[in-house]
Design a protein around this ligand. Structure first.
Ligand SMILES: Cc1cc2nc3c(=O)[nH]c(=O)nc-3n(C[C@H](O)[C@H](O)[C@H](O)COP(=O)(O)O)c2cc1C
Length: 188
């Protein structure tokens, strides 16, 4: 797909089924992440690819996280939570690996990790792969962070759910640029 068409039309897809992207298509999605704007070339990101049994392990981690904050879960809530990572055949957890740098504050490193995520969303759309960026409470939960090996100076910017589009969302009406872009400084 032409780049501009992908950028203008990308939508998230929540109903994702097997097969997961693989091979050259998955590689294209990963490479797009690595072209995120990045002040001082810090490469302040890393990614965990979670599929197969890994999704079940993540579901168990989500249950442990909820139990730590809420106490015991009902069977229904436990099943629901275990099923969260099963909403797509492949997940990529994007982690902002922030480091101390005199020129590049943490917020810029977080933004760069977010840009990596958006690049993957755009690449997935261009490749015809369904994708959705999710955080929920889990991305910020200390039990989840510890279980995924996320360090003290790191942040989970989200979980990218990837798969084949099951039930496609209808195309979205693009917002009018005039509502968001205004001319500044030329009216003196
Ligand atoms: C940082 C971030 C976290 C998000 N977390 C969630 C989430 O946990 N659950 C959810 O339903 N949507 C979440 N979203 C929103 C969806 O990814 C998506 O952008 C939204 O449904 C709008 O669809 P669109 O991307 O097609 O415009 C998140 C978006 C961002 C940027």
């Amino acid at each position: 797909m032409e780049a501009i068409a992908a950028l203008h039309n990308r939508v998230s897809q929540s109903a994702l089924v097997a097969p997961a992207p693989a091979g050259a298509i998955l590689d294209n999605i990963k490479r797009a992440a690595l072209r995120a704007a990045d002040h001082a070339m810090l490469r302040p990101w890393r990614f965990l690819v979670i599929e197969g049994e890994g999704r079940h392990c993540l579901g168990e981690l989500f249950v442990r996280a909820r139990e730590a904050t809420e106490g015991g879960l009902s069977d229904r809530e436990r099943e629901r939570t275990l099923g969260r990572p099963l909403r797509a055949p492949l997940l990529i957890a994007a982690i902002a690996a922030c480091r101390t740098n005199t020129k590049v504050p943490e917020i810029e490193q977080l933004l760069s990790a977010g840009a990596a995520m958006q690049n993957m969303l755009n690449a997935a759309y261009a490749e015809g792969v369904g994708a959705m960026w999710r955080t929920g409470d889990f991305a910020y939960d200390p039990v989840v962070k510890a279980g995924l090996g996320v360090g003290d100076a790191e942040h989970i910017v989200g979980f990218l759910y990837l798969g084949t589009v099951g039930e496609p969302r209808p195309p979205q009406m693009p917002p009018d640029p005039a509502q968001f872009f205004v001319s500044w400084g030329n009216d003196r």
